[in-house]
Design a protein around this ligand. Structure first.
Ligand code: FE
Length: 140
């Protein structure tokens, strides 16, 4: 079980940009095709913009055409949690960071093999760490 990161809204506001706060802490969605990481396919890892936990790797990122960064698997099963989401009259599965409970996006069943899943994740919820970058001063 990973140690949880729990902060108040005021603490999160001090750490995040207004758009990160809206998406991560209020389950917002960035406009399609607006995110900085949608078309990034360099080698590296993607970590939570809230708590810096590594969530995905470039090996599972694929071009979905949906307008948001898309992955077919998280880096491990214990870094994300899934929640039923019936907002906007749709039955969707929300995915959150398991460590800070930040909203990441949703998971759909129209992804590629081997999982058939598409983790559709907001760019602003993620930070890309290129392979070889020095991350020794931050948790992973
Ligand atoms: Fe997090």
């Amino acid at each position: 079980m990973r140690e949880r990161v729990i902060k108040s809204d005021d603490e999160w506001r001090g750490l995040l940009t207004p758009e990160q706060f809206r998406v991560l802490r209020r389950a917002g969605t960035e406009p399609a095709f607006s995110g900085a990481l949608t078309d990034v396919f360099d080698e590296g890892t993607y970590r939570c913009a809230g708590c810096q936990t590594t969530l995905f790797t470039s090996e599972t990122k694929f071009h979905s055409g949906c307008g948001w960064p898309s992955f077919w698997k998280p880096i491990s099963d214990d870094v994300i949690t899934e929640h039923a989401d019936t907002s906007f009259g749709m039955a969707r599965t929300e995915v959150r960071c398991a460590v800070c409970e930040g909203h990441l996006g949703h998971v759909f069943n129209d992804g590629p093999p081997p999982t058939g899943l598409r983790y559709c994740i907001n760019s602003v919820s993620l930070e890309f760490v290129p392979v070889g970058a020095d991350t020794s001063d931050t948790p992973t």
